[in-house]
Design a protein around this ligand. Structure first.
Ligand code: NDP
Length: 453
């Protein structure tokens, strides 16, 4: 049977665009891509990219204080959100155009509309047009999940933040994960009074406990009010356009805004999956095997819609593996086991491998850790500390986990991840000569374990 396209990609985010480009430009496939929203997806338009620019913007408050302590004569005015937004919007426009340009140069046909799957090889566009494809790739990403609470609609989600016309005076952020913690730090840095409610005992569940404690302590010192063991019972309209929040801790408080940062769910609704016979799992995740293939042989899925690891570089790798498998005939599965990552909190957290808790459940370990005042702060009497931590297998001496809470921790851990991915042992780290004076040299000079388990 002759198909209109070799590949039809639904979704123009990190995963979809990468798969479309590689299949068209490197495998010579005839590719189409449908995207109903802006090209670039969550990462570029309402996630990693605008968030990181907000991290940069918010860091200047502490940097200016530090500069003054170092002797600079500074007179900082207030932060102008409008000026920042204008630059941010222009940059996002530029990136979106760059994504479109990449697809056009690769020869991908783009449809700026929704596509639904009608059967294993047929798609129906919002315009009513029907197209056929040998393979279909679902790369529709995810969206913020809002819990079912009275008045929940009075709260906002992360997508809304990047469209704000002005900053609020105060905000309640609900959740203790990546987005809640990053947004709490960013907005605190920009001068917003931030309260964070987290239902559990400590924010950043699942990460290394020592790193979690270190980050939350510094966030509190920086002015974020973190209330753990606390959740929202209900929201109702408050005075002056604010939101009245009833908390499980008996509190009743008005905030200018409320932000739900309570997880993200796969965007799998309304795609015709049921009719096409594609099974979905928890929270609507499209179920795939290690080659990202669904139960329907012609239909694959990558990225957040599969709810494996909701991270841009993971979606990109899954997309590349899909193209290798399907268009180059080399079955390739992306290994999700040692994906490094970062939480862009202030202080920043970079990690690779296992937390101490996960490692000690698996095998006998040694823990090497140090928390110290970095040189940069010592001169000016700053008391905040950085954390460097290695978890080592007692049997193989291999580094099982590396955790860094410090300025530029994400940059540092990217390089540590190369060595650890190659199977580096503690002795390999010890043999490496220090670069002095740096923060990272501590990673190669940790002599004695602080604990064994
Ligand atoms: P996370 O899954 O990281 O965190 C969700 C948080 O909300 C958790 O603290 C969770 O609590 C809490 N929560 C969930 N449901 C409820 C509920 N019904 N009531 C109250 N609290 C609730 O999700 P995020 O939204 O922060 O981020 C989504 C994903 O996006 C991340 O998992 C990550 O993969 C990705 N991301 C990555 C970033 C990065 O790489 N730097 C930055 C931002 C996002 P509990 O812990 O108790 O379950």
């Amino acid at each position: 049977m002759a198909f209109d396209f070799d590949l039809f990609v639904i979704g123009g985010g990190s995963g979809g665009v990468r798969a479309a480009r590689l299949a068209a430009a490197e495998a010579g496939a005839r590719v189409a891509l449908a995207e109903a929203d802006r090209m670039g997806g969550t990462c570029v338009i309402r996630g990693c990219v605008p968030k990181k620019y907000m991290v940069f913007a918010s860091g200047y408050r502490a940097a200016m204080r530090e500069a003054a302590d170092y002797g600079w004569d500074l007179r900082a005015g207030g932060f102008d959100w409008g000026r920042f937004r204008a630059r941010l919007d222009a940059e996002l426009d530029r990136l979106e155009a760059a994504y479109r340009g990449t697809l056009a140069r690769a020869g991908v046909t783009v449809f700026d509309e929704r596509a639904e799957i009608e059967d294993p090889h047929t798609l129906r566009l919002a315009s009513g047009r029907r197209l056929t494809a040998r393979h279909i790739l679902i790369a529709t990403g995810g969206r913020p999940d809002v819990p079912d609470r009275p008045g929940a609609g009075l709260g906002q989600v992360s997508d809304d933040v990047f469209r704000w016309d002005s900053l609020p005076g105060s905000i309640l952020i609900v959740g203790g994960g990546y987005i809640a913690t990053e947004m709490a730090c960013i907005l605190n840095g920009l001068g917003v009074r931030v309260t964070q409610f987290y239902r559990g005992a400590q924010i950043l569940r699942g990460f290394d406990d020592e790193a979690r404690g270190h980050i939350s302590e510094h966030m509190r010192d920086a002015g974020v009010t973190i209330r753990v063991g606390t959740d929202v019972i209900a929201l109702e309209p408050g005075p002056a356009g604010g939101v009245r929040v009833q908390g499980t801790d008996g509190s009743d408080q008005v905030f200018d805004r409320v932000l739900w940062a309570t997880g993200r769910r796969p965007n799998s609704g309304g795609l015709g999956l049921e009719a096409a016979g594609v099974p979905t799992g928890r929270r609507g995740a499209v179920l795939v095997d290690r080659f990202s293939q669904t139960a329907v042989p012609s239909i694959f899925a990558v990225g957040d819609v599969t709810d494996r690891l909701q991270l841009t570089p993971v979606a990109i790798r899954e997309a590349a593996a899909f193209v290798e498998t399907v268009f180059h005939g080399r079955p390739t599965a992306f290994d999700h086991s040692t994906v490094p990552g970062a939480v862009f909190s202030q202080p920043e957290y970079g990690y690779v491998g296992l937390s101490e808790e996960a490692a000690r459940d698996r095998e006998a370990i040694e823990v090497y850790a140090t928390a110290f005042r970095p040189m940069r702060g010592v001169l000016i009497g700053r008391t905040d500390r950085v954390l460097m931590k290695l978890i080592v297998s007692r049997a193989t001496r291999r580094i099982l986990g590396c955790h860094i809470v410090a300025d530029h921790a994400a940059e540092l851990v990217q390089l540590a991840a190369v060595a650890i991915g190659m199977g580096a042992t503690k002795e390999d780290f010890d043999r490496t000569c220090a670069v002095h004076p740096t923060l990272a040299e501590e990673l190669v000079t940790l002599k004695t374990p602080v604990r064994t388990a």
